[in-house]
Structure formats: C-alpha cells, structure tokens
Design a binder for this molecule. Structure first.
Ligand SMILES: Nc1ccn([C@@H]2O[C@H](COP(=O)(O)OP(=O)(O)OP(=O)(O)O)[C@@H](O)[C@H]2O)c(=O)n1
Ligand SMILES: C[C@](O)(CO)[C@H](O)COP(=O)(O)O
Length: 232
C-alpha cells in the first residue's frame, strides 16, 4: 500500500445458502469445528495494512454475534436482498472512514491464500487499477440446456473468484449506477465493467472455492488440513 492509502475490507455474509440445503445459513456450518465465517474472518485478519473490516449480515440472521469477530477492526452492518445490495450497504457503512481502496471477499470463500490476496493488493496499488483473483478455465465449456448447443472457445475464459479490489469511490458509484439501472451484478467487477473501468485478472490458486453445495464441505475440510500441513 502507498504510505497514506487506506484499505478497507468488506465481507458479504448476508446470504441464506439455499443451494447448500442446510438447516443454517451456510456461513455458519462448521469446518473442522469452526464456522465457515470464522475461518474466513480469521484468515482476512492476518492481512497486512487493513484498517477496517465490514461484515454484511442479514437482518434475519439469528446466528451472528459480535463474538465471532476476530478483533476491534471488525464491524458489521445490515446486508441486502442480493449480494450486490449487501456490498453497497457495506460500502456506505464505511463512508465515514473514507478508505482509498476496498477489497471485497465472500464469507463463503475461507480457503483463499493470503499470498494471492497480497499479490492482488500489490498489483492494484502499483497499477492504480482494480482487479480480481481468477483462474483460467480448465475444462471444456458447453452452452445449452438439456442438449449441447455449442462448445464455447475457452482460450480467454476465466473463473472469477474473490477478493475483488477497487478504488472505494469508483466501486461505490459503479454499484449505485448499476443497481439503479437494474443490471444483474453478481460480482464487483461486473459493476465496474458496466462503467467501462479496467479490471485486472490476477491468476490465483483454484482451491479458493466458494462453498456452495454439500459436496464442497468435505473438500473444504481436506484443503484446510492440507493448508495446515504446509504451514507446520
Ligand atoms: N443477499 C446476499 C447474498 C449473498 N451474500 C454473500 O455473498 C457470498 C457469495 O454468495 P453465495 O455463494 O451465492 O451465497 P448465498 O447467496 O448464501 O448462496 P445461495 O445462492 O445458494 O443462496 C456469500 O458469502 C453470501 O453470504 C450476501 O452478503 N448477501
Ligand atoms: C462474487 C463471486 O463469488 C465471484 O465468482 C460470485 O459471483 C458470487 O456469485 P453467487 O451467485 O452470489 O454465489
């Protein structure tokens, strides 16, 4: 980070995890005995140079308590109907601290490598442009419903992950404009693309999975155990 630049982190955690088909919102499902949300927050708390974290939590969430927050840098705010609404509300909750940059990371992605996040931060600050962690598609991609309509050329296809990092004011404006236009905004980059802003693709580890469906849970526990062995 440039000496005076301020970086804030937003963690969208206001979903219900419908695709997980669980009794609790998926961010509260334990991995190796610790809720997914806590794994993610504790991982992000290790980042260098972050002054403030804002966790977006559903108004209907009866599981959240401030005891889940790692330290006093973490605050929480109400989330919204869709992920983009939650991120916009969290951006507004950060307005008083006037961050220069904001990094948005899904609560449902506890496996992200700190090294990849530090790489993203460095690239964004050095280039003065926003960016996202991503990975080139490894599989053949088909388009269709029940029958294949066509095979999609994949040479330039990437999977978008989080974190996604942008200048605070630019992301705030892009989300407000995109949502006001009724755009389908599934990540911060798509809001920025709508405003013709550049988005860097930063190649990252593919084990930064978004925990979404039941089969992701044992895989995530295995990856956490493997990550633990690498650091031992
Ligand atoms: N209104 C919403 C919806 C999602 N999220 C968050 O955005 C991240 C990625 O979203 P997703 O994986 O889709 O989570 P859910 O919306 O909970 O899952 P589902 O679509 O299966 O209901 C998650 O950390 C989720 O908590 C959010 O903050 N606010
Ligand atoms: C932001 C994201 O994780 C990037 O891949 C993804 O767009 C979230 O989508 P979801 O449908 O809200 O899970």
């Amino acid at each position: 980070m440039k000496r005076n630049d301020k970086l804030a982190v937003i963690i969208p955690a206001a979903g219900v995890g419908s695709r997980m088909q669980a009794q609790v919102p998926k961010q509260y499902i334990p991995l190796l005995g610790k809720p997914i949300l806590v794994h993610t927050l504790e991982k992000l708390a290790k980042l260098d140079g972050v002054e403030q974290f804002m966790v977006a939590v559903s108004k209907e969430d009866s599981y959240f308590t401030t005891s889940l927050l790692p330290d006093s840098r973490f605050g929480h705010c109400d989330g919204g109907k869709e992920r983009a609404d939650s991120v916009l509300l969290a951006l507004r909750a950060l307005a008083s601290s006037k961050p220069d940059w904001v990094l948005v990371h899904d609560a449902a992605r506890p496996l992200v490598a700190l090294e990849d996040i530090h790489h993203l931060i460095a690239k964004c600050v050095n280039e003065g442009q926003g960016g996202i962690l991503a990975a080139r598609v490894k599989d053949t991609i088909k388009c269709g419903a029940e029958l294949v309509q066509k095979t999609v050329p994949r040479e330039s296809l990437w999977q978008a992950f989080t974190p996604q990092m942008f200048k605070y004011e630019e992301l705030l404006a892009a989300l407000e404009l995109g949502l006001a236009q009724g755009a389908n905004i599934t990540d911060e980059a798509s809001a920025m693309e709508l405003q013709k802003k550049p988005v860097q693709l930063i190649a990252a580890r593919t084990d930064n999975i978004k925990i979404t469906t039941p089969e992701d849970l044992p895989l995530a526990e295995f990856i956490i155990q493997q990550q633990g062995k690498q650091h031992d």
